[in-house]
Design a protein around this ligand. Structure first.
Ligand code: TYD
Length: 214
């Protein structure tokens, strides 16, 4: 096993239904096949840590507020931005940084840009960027640029329970938010791949970009 250099840290981003989870898995499978000397970790945000678990409950609307007057209130979206930023720093400290420092290739399904795009719709983007300023930039950001109708069709046909962001109008707003946020990312390299190609074509395009790094 190579443990001499820091691993590359690679992040996948895109709207819900863009295919980030599938492409993270395909990339890690191929890395394990073609780079047997590298150790590969696939991770995701919200993370598997304690704050990530709470975020999943909020997204599935299993955590709701009740006001002092006994009325139901949805979870405050700025508080959610704080949770995502807290989850990220915990994820960096406990998983990403130790693995990268030990030479692992770390592939994350979502990272800072998700917060800038999604939480930037509910709070000033500069504030969201400040909250996330301690998160180290990835070596490569792969943006899957998937048309909203393609993404929506995938979500509609494949998932029973939906997160709060999974509705066509919201997907359109998120797609626009990604377009605005992408130029400001601090990632060392940004690669945009059209998300309406076939799964295999996207995986091949990803491999062309990632393989020189590892
Ligand atoms: P997602 O990747 O869709 O997870 P799952 O496949 O388990 O549903 O992520 C969950 C949602 O969280 C998705 O709608 C995007 C949103 N999200 C944010 O709003 N901000 C963030 O910082 C992150 C990481 C995700």
């Amino acid at each position: 096993m190579r443990e001499d250099a820091r691993g590359p840290f690679i992040v996948f981003e895109g709207i819900d239904g863009a295919g980030t989870t599938t492409q993270c898995r395909l990339l890690s499978d191929r890395l394990r096949r073609e780079r047997p000397d590298r150790r590969v970790a696939v991770t995701a945000e919200p993370s598997g840590g304690p704050v990530g678990a709470m975020i999943r409950h909020v997204l599935r609307e299993r955590v709701v507020g009740t006001t002092a007057l006994g009325e139901r209130a949805s979870f405050d979206r700025r508080a959610l931005a704080l949770l995502f930023a807290a989850d990220r720093l915990d994820h960096v400290a406990c998983e990403i940084e130790p693995l990268v420092a030990a030479g692992w290739v770390v592939v994350s399904d979502r990272y800072v840009l998700s917060s800038v795009a999604y939480q930037g719709m509910d709070a000033p983007r500069a504030w969201v960027e400040t909250l996330n300023s301690f998160a180290p930039p990835p070596d490569m950001l792969v943006f899957l640029d998937t048309p909203v109708d393609v993404a929506w069709e995938r979500i509609r046909s494949s998932r029973a329970g939906r997160d709060v962001f999974e509705a066509p109008d919201t997907l359109r707003r998120v797609a626009a938010a990604y377009r605005d946020a992408l130029p400001a990312t601090r990632a060392a390299r940004v690669v945009t791949i059209p998300g309406d190609l076939s799964v295999d074509e996207i995986a091949e395009a990803v491999w062309r970009e990632v393989s020189p790094l590892v």
